[in-house]
Ligand binder design. Structure first.
Ligand SMILES: [Zn+2]
Length: 254
């Protein structure tokens, strides 16, 4: 089976090629797969399957984030075919990024907490509240980095100022997390993407992404090798759960 490579992989390879220092992270001595960034024995590339979706994603990534094995933004690119990733720079803004935001085919929507919005900013709490999405597919923009980095990207990227914001209320996030059986309501980039996909009405696609996150988290924990065998469920259970959710989601979209 050929392993599907997507745009994030290309950006990762590029960023790695210009890197002057060895990336230091937890588990840096682990020999990793170049694509899923998991330890070789926990490579999940064979399980990666794209969905069929009417959503589109733009990941605006902080430079520190892209080489991190724990980054979850790329899980969106794993599943959603039309996902584009850019390295964020405060000064050198790529024209392709501006062109994509300005592309009339899509309605760009920035997903970010409303607390940071200036009073004049258009902020919506649900996808169904955004009038332009009745006629155009969404281009969901995610700022991918630590919380501080994401706030910096938000504040220092004036081309985002005109983009309407989608901001989920804490109650909405909590009820979604409960529905998904998550104990921890802290959401990573991929989980926020799942929330947006769910809000757009592609519930089975959102579910498949959540289960893909679970495969990834389990592979990461196994790479750290801190748990006893008794604590471990067979890894295939996670992969099978994703595979079943993926099949169901594809059938719904055909
Ligand atoms: Zn892999």
């Amino acid at each position: 089976m050929s392993i599907l490579h997507h745009q994030f992989h290309k950006l990762y390879q590029y960023r790695k090629s210009i890197s002057t220092k060895v990336f230091s992270s937890r588990g840096k001595n682990l020999s990793r797969c170049d694509f899923c960034l998991q330890g070789i024995s926990f490579c999940v590339c064979d399980s990666r399957r794209q969905l069929i979706s009417n959503t589109n994603f733009l990941l605006l990534m902080h430079d520190d984030e892209i080489l991190k094995p724990s980054n979850s933004g790329r899980l969106v690119a794993d599943l959603i075919p039309n996902t584009t990733a850019f390295l964020w720079s405060r000064v050198d803004v790529e024209q392709a990024l501006i062109d994509l935001i300005d592309n009339d085919t899509y309605q760009p929507v920035l997903i970010f907490p409303s607390d940071y919005a200036k009073p004049e900013r258009e902020v919506f709490e649900s996808v169904s509240d955004i009038p332009a999405l009745k006629t155009k597919p969404p281009l969901f923009i995610l700022l991918d980095g630590t919380w501080r980095q994401a706030v910096k990207i938000f504040r220092k990227s004036s081309y985002l100022d005109k983009v309407p914001m989608l901001s989920f209320s804490p109650e909405h996030i909590a009820s979604y997390a409960v529905r998904k059986g998550q104990r921890d309501f802290q959401m990573g980039t991929a989980e926020v993407a799942a929330l947006a996909i769910d809000s757009f009405g592609e519930k089975d696609n959102a579910n498949a992404l959540v289960l893909w996150c679970n495969v990834f988290k389990e592979a990461t924990l196994r790479g750290r090798n801190k748990r006893s065998a008794a604590e471990l469920q067979p890894f295939n259970l996670y992969k099978d759960a994703f595979s079943n959710a993926h099949k169901k989601a594809i059938q719904n979209m055909l």
